[in-house]
Design a protein around this ligand. Structure first.
Ligand SMILES: Nc1ncnc2c1ncn2[C@@H]1O[C@H](COP(=O)(O)OP(=O)(O)OP(=O)(O)O)[C@@H](O)[C@H]1O
Length: 290
């Protein structure tokens, strides 16, 4: 296993670095020989069909899952659970309406779980940190309301505030736009984009839909059935590359600045890729969530 971290041409340590990483469950390999350095402020979209290992990759970076082999570093140190350098926006679950938790309490959980402690003398500092995180996502108007009474978009902004409250170097987002309308998709993705530009936070953004974030994406990691490709959207989102990955003929159309990926459901099912796209989705990336 590698023990040292590389530096880039500009002398900075990558925010995320995987070297010769492999993840297997039993005889199923999700990926192997994965080499990836994500730089500070870089926006990496992680794409792939259901079951291809996107969430598992985030779990490896969170230190919740050990890779089968290879090394995983966050800001130069081995990945480990509870790392203050990592902020995490989990897959959206709708929060229980009866949950006795205000928006600011949810954000505060991010403080308590990180480096700040909860002693009495820290209260003023803690409040200032939480207020600042709430302001950064523009959630002041509803931060004192019960979380269960908020809309999906409002809840999602507060989840992002929770993930950012410890000022992490890496932000991991698991389908953060799911079930949001287009206006809220834009608000949430703009927030994340502003953060990485202003603070140099690296973003790994798992999604089934690249179009809502296409203008923000520096590179794509596309996982399919044990294979992967890494490159700019122009390099990876091509008929040639995706047909090779999916092992079937896939077309990529450019329609009014959007990418439309077309394949047949039958052919995708035939891949046996641990699930494939959801019923009726084809190869996905076809429409925004409306
Ligand atoms: N702890 C585990 N033990 C065994 N198999 C697992 C474990 N965790 C995940 N898997 C399997 O690994 C595969 C990848 O799961 P993962 O959740 O990473 O996929 P995904 O790409 O995020 O899928 P989706 O798009 O549906 O969220 C799945 O087939 C899953 O059942």
């Amino acid at each position: 296993m590698t023990t040292t971290s590389t530096t880039t041409a500009t002398g900075t340590t990558p925010a995320v670095e995987l070297r010769e990483t492999c993840l297997s469950f039993g005889d199923r390999t999700l990926w192997s020989n994965l080499n990836l350095a994500v730089q500070q402020g870089e926006f990496l979209a992680v794409l792939g069909p259901n079951g291809s290992g996107k969430t598992s990759l985030l779990k490896v970076l969170l230190g919740q899952l050990a890779p089968t082999s290879g090394s995983v570093r966050i800001a130069g140190t081995p990945a480990r659970a509870g790392n203050a350098n990592v902020g995490y926006v989990p897959q959206q679950r709708s929060l229980d309406e009866g949950l006795p938790l205000r928006g600011r309490d949810l954000v505060g959980l991010g403080v308590d779980g990180q480096r700040w402690g909860i002693g009495l003398r820290d209260r003023a500092k803690r409040r200032a940190i939480v207020d600042s995180a709430i302001a950064q996502v523009g959630a002041q108007a509803y931060a004192d309301s019960p979380i269960g009474s908020m809309s999906g978009g409002e809840q999602q902004r507060l989840r992002i505030a929770q993930a950012l409250v410890g000022d992490p170097k890496v932000l991991l987002c698991d389908e953060p736009l799911l079930s949001l309308d287009i206006a809220n998709q834009h608000r949430v993705s703009d927030l994340i984009d502003r953060r990485r530009r202003q603070h140099g936070t690296a973003v790994l953004f798992v999604t089934h839909e690249i179009n809502p974030i296409l203008p923000l994406v520096d590179r794509v990691l596309y996982l399919v059935d044990g294979q992967f490709r890494i490159g700019t959207p122009d390099e990876v989102m091509t008929a040639e590359v995706l047909s090779e990955l999916y092992r079937t003929e896939v077309e990529v159309l450019h329609v009014r600045g959007r990418l439309v990926v077309v394949g047949t459901g039958d052919a995708i099912d035939a891949l046996g890729s641990g699930g494939g796209p959801r019923p009726g989705e084809g190869v996905h990336h076809t429409e925004d969530h409306a």
